[in-house]
Design a protein around this ligand. Structure first.
Ligand code: MSP
Length: 637
C-alpha cells in the first residue's frame, strides 16, 4: 500500500467556480479515486485562496467585508464540489488560523535564516496578477495574461533571496527529469532559468494592500499572495498535527493548470529549499480549455455557462468529456456539440447499450450456479482484452494521462460489444442444445461488466456504481479484483438500462437530453380542422423498424412483455402490452415497427423506450411486421 497526497490549486474567491476549476478538480478526483481503488492511503486537498488586493476590491464592490465575501464564495466552491461528487478529504481556506500560523512561522524561519532582506524595488506591476513583470515577459507594454496596461511601482519591500537558489534548482531539475511533468513544462521552467532569476518581493505595504497575513517581523507589511497561497499545501497537513495527516507531506503531488507554472515550478521549490522543508514529489501540469477558440478566463462569462452543462447532461457525462477530450498537458477546445457527440457515441451507444443489452440477457437467463462449458477463442479474446485494458489504465494513470486510460477502457468495451454481436446469445437461447454455450457467454458478459464496474469507478463514479449494483455488488470496488476469466458462475443480475440517455441532436431545441421538452407542441395544429392533423404533426412521430433480440414476461403482469430490441446500432428496452397474444420466444428475431421517439415511461418498474405498433380488432391483436426484409433502424413513413 502506497501513500498518495494530491493537491489542486486553491482557487481565488474573486470568481465563482467555472469550467477551468472543475477540470482540475475533476482530474484530481479521478486520480484520487483511482489510488483508493488501488488500495493506497489517499489524501486529497483543495481549497480557496482568499487574500490579496483583488479580492478586497471585488468585496468592496459588492459592499461586503473581504472576509464576508470570501466566506460566501468559499461556501459556493465547497457546495459545488459536493454536488459534483468530489471526494476531497480537506478544504483549506487561506484565512483559516491554521494556515496563517504556518505562513508566519515559515516567514519567521526564513527571516531568521537570512533568506529575507529589506530592499527597494521598482518594476512593472499587474494588479490583475498581483505580481511584477520582467521586461522580457511584457508584451507590447501590457500584461501578457490580462492584456491590460502595467503600472510602474517603486517601493520598499521584503525580498526572498530566490536568485541564490537558481543553480540548485537547475541541478534538481536535471537530476529529477520527472519532477515537472509532462516534459514540455519541465523544459519551460528550465527556459525561465536560463535568464538570471530575480529575488522575489514577498511583502506588500499595508498602505497599499491590507487584506493579507501580516509579516511576523514587520506589522506594516502583509504577505504577498503567492507566498501565502503556496504554503496551503503544507499547512493543511501539518497544522495542527493530526493522526490522519501524519507523514503525508513526504508524498505530496501537485496538480495545476499551465497558467501557474512559474510560481509552482520556481517560487515554490526554492521557498521549500530555503525553509528546509522537503520538496514536493512531482508537479503535474495540464493545459487550458478554450471555448470557441478563445482562451477562457474569469472575465469571460461563458466559462461559467460551459460549467452549467454539467447539470444539463449529468455529472458523469461532463466528467467523462473533460477527462477524455483533453490530452494531459495540451490545450483542448470545449463545445457543447463535442460533449453531446461523446455522450451519444461513447456513453449512450458503446457503454450504455452494452450494459443494457448484457444485463437484459443475463437477467433473463437468471443466476447460474456453475458454468461448465469451456472457454472458446472468443471468450479468451475478452479475457486478454480485459488484461490489456487494465495495463493501459495503470500505465496511463502513472502519467495522469486520463485520455489514454479511457481510450484503453473503450477499446475493451468495443471488443465486448463485438463479442455480444458475434456470439448472439439471443439466438443461442432459442436452441436448448446450445444452453451450455449460452451460459458461458453470459458468464463472460457478467465478468466483463464486473470488470467495468471497478475500472470505470474513477472516471464515471455514478455509472460504475449502477453497474456494480446491477450485479449485486455492494462492496467497495478494488483494483485487484478487476480480472476477467475467473468467474465460474452467473450472478443474479438486475437490468441496468438508461445509464446514459441519448441526446437527440435533431430535436428542435438542439442538445436537449432525450425526454425533455417532448410533446410540448402537441395539438397546436389540429384545432379547428375537424380532427385532421397537418402532415407536420405526423412527421413528429418517428416510426422505425426494430428487431427483437430478447423477450420475456414481466413478473406479476399478465399483459406486459419486456423486449430488448435493436434499432439500427442502438439497443433498447421496450415494454409491450402483447403478452396475452404472443409467446415471448416467438418474437425473438422478428422485426416489428415501433414509435422510436416517445418519452421514456416506466411500466411495472421497467423503463420503456418506445412503443410497438399493433392492430387490434375484437380481441385479436396483430403486430405490424414487414413484407420485405429491411435493416432494423429503417424509417417507416
Ligand atoms: N489562487 C491561484 C492558485 C494558487 S495555488 C497555491 C489561482 N487561482 S485560480 O482561481 O485562478 O485558478 C487557476 C487554476 O484554475 C488553473 O491553474 C487551473 O487549474 C484552473 N483553470 C482556470 N481556467 C482554466 C481553463 N480555461 N482551463 C483549464 N484549467 C483552468 O491561480
Amino acid at each position: 500500500m502506497g501513500t498518495f497526497y494530491l493537491t489542486t490549486p486553491i482557487y481565488y474567491v474573486n470568481a465563482r467556480p467555472h469550467l477551468g476549476h472543475a477540470c482540475t478538480t475533476i482530474m484530481a478526483d479521478a486520480m484520487c479515486r483511482y489510488h483508493r481503488l488501488a488500495g493506497d492511503r489517499v489524501y486529497f486537498l483543495t481549497g480557496t485562496d482568499e487574500h490579496g488586493e483583488r479580492i478586497a476590491q471585488v468585496a468592496a464592490k459588492a459592499g461586503k467585508t473581504p472576509q464576508a465575501y470570501a466566506d460566501e464564495i468559499a461556501a459556493v466552491f465547497e457546495e459545488t464540489w459536493r454536488r459534483l461528487g468530489i471526494t476531497n478529504d480537506d478544504f483549506i481556506r487561506t484565512t483559516e488560523p491554521r494556515h496563517q500560523k504556518v505562513v508566519q512561522e515559515v516567514l519567521q524561519r526564513l527571516f531568521d535564516a537570512g533568506e529575507i532582506y529589506f530592499g527597494e524595488y521598482g518594476g512593472w506591476y499587474c494588479y490583475g496578477c498581483e505580481r511584477f513583470y520582467t521586461e522580457k515577459e511584457i508584451v507590447d507594454g501590457k500584461c501578457p495574461d490580462h492584456q491590460t496596461a502595467l503600472t510602474f511601482i517603486k517601493e520598499k519591500n521584503y525580498f526572498f533571496k530566490m536568485s541564490k537558489h537558481q543553480d540548485w534548482l537547475i541541478k534538481h531539475l536535471e537530476e529529477h527529469p520527472d519532477f515537472i511533468q509532462p516534459e514540455r513544462y519541465r523544459n519551460e521552467v528550465l527556459g525561465f532559468l536560463r535568464e538570471p532569476l530575480q529575488d522575489l518581493s514577498i511583502s506588500r505595504p499595508k498602505s497599499r494592500v491590507v487584506w493579507g497575513i501580516p509579516l511576523p517581523f514587520d506589522d506594516q507589511y502583509v504577505t504577498y499572495v503567492w507566498f501565502d497561497a503556496l504554503l496551503n499545501y503544507y499547512s493543511a497537513v501539518t497544522e495542527p498535527p493530526q493522526e490522519k495527516t501524519r507523514g503525508l507531506w513526504a508524498h505530496v503531488e501537485h496538480l495545476i493548470g499551465k497558467d501557474i507554472l512559474k510560481p509552482h515550478g520556481v517560487y515554490w521549490p526554492t521557498m521549500l529549499k530555503a525553509a528546509g522543508i522537503p520538496l514536493y514529489r512531482h508537479l503535474h501540469v495540464h493545459g487550458y480549455w478554450s471555448l470557441g477558440g478563445s482562451k477562457m478566463s474569469k472575465s469571460i462569462g461563458n466559462v461559467v455557462e460551459a460549467f452549467q452543462l454539467t447539470d444539463k447532461y449529468g455529472h458523469d457525462a461532463f466528467r467523462y468529456f473533460l477527462l477524455r477530450e483533453m490530452s494531459f498537458g495540451l490545450d483542448a477546445s470545449f463545445s457543447e456539440e463535442a460533449l453531446v457527440e461523446r455522450l451519444n457515441a461513447d456513453l449512450a451507444n458503446d457503454l450504455g447499450n452494452l450494459v443494457s443489452r448484457a444485463t437484459t440477457l443475463i437477467a433473463a437467463a437468471g443466476p447460474i450456479g456453475r458454468v461448465t462449458a469451456p472457454l472458446e477463442a472468443a471468450d479468451r479474446e475478452i479475457v486478454e482484452a480485459a488484461a490489456a485494458a487494465r495495463v493501459a489504465v495503470e500505465q496511463a494513470m502513472r502519467d495522469f494521462a486520463f485520455q489514454k486510460a479511457l481510450a484503453g477502457l473503450w477499446a475493451f468495451i468495443g471488443t465486448v460489444n463485438r463479442y455480444v454481436d458475434g456470439s448472439a446469445p439471443w439466438a443461442l437461447a432459442k436452441d436448448p442444445a446450445r444452453r451450455p454455450r449460452l451460459e458461458r457467454v453470459l458468464c463472460t458478459l457478467a465478468d466483463s461488466l464486473g470488470f467495468l464496474g471497478i475500472l470505470l469507478d474513477p472516471f464515471l463514479p455514478d455509472a460504475a456504481r449502477k453497474i456494480r449494483e446491477g450485479l449485486g455488488r455492494g462492496e467497495v470496488p478494488v483494483l485487484a479484483d478487476a480480472v476477467v476469466g475467473r468467474l465460474g458462475a452467473v450472478p443474479r443480475v438486475s437490468r441496468v438500462s438508461g445509464l446514459f440517455p441519448r441526446v437527440d441532436t435533431k430535436a428542435p431545441r438542439s442538445g436537449t437530453p432525450q425526454g425533455e421538452g417532448r410533446g410540448q407542441a402537441e395539438g397546436s395544429g389540429s384545432e379547428g380542422s375537424g380532427g385532421k392533423i397537418p402532415i407536420a404533426d405526423f412527421q413528429k412521430v418517428e416510426l422505425r423498424v426494430a428487431e427483437v433480440l430478447a423477450a420475456e414476461r414481466l413478473p406479476k403482469s399478465k399483459k406486459l412483455l419486456n423486449l430488448t430490441i435493436q434499432v439500427g446500432d442502438e439497443t433498447r428496452t421496450l415494454v409491450a402490452g402483447v403478452a396475452e397474444h404472443y409467446d415471448p420466444a416467438s418474437l425473438v428475431g422478428r422485426k416489428v415497427v415501433i414509435v422510436a421517439n416517445l418519452q421514456p415511461a416506466t411500466l411495472m418498474g421497467v423503463e420503456s423506450n418506445g412503443m410497438v405498433l399493433a392492430a387490434s380488432h375484437e380481441g385479436t391483436v396483430s403486430l405490424l411486421t414487414l413484407d420485405k426484409d429491411v435493416p432494423s433502424g429503417s424509417r417507416v413513413k
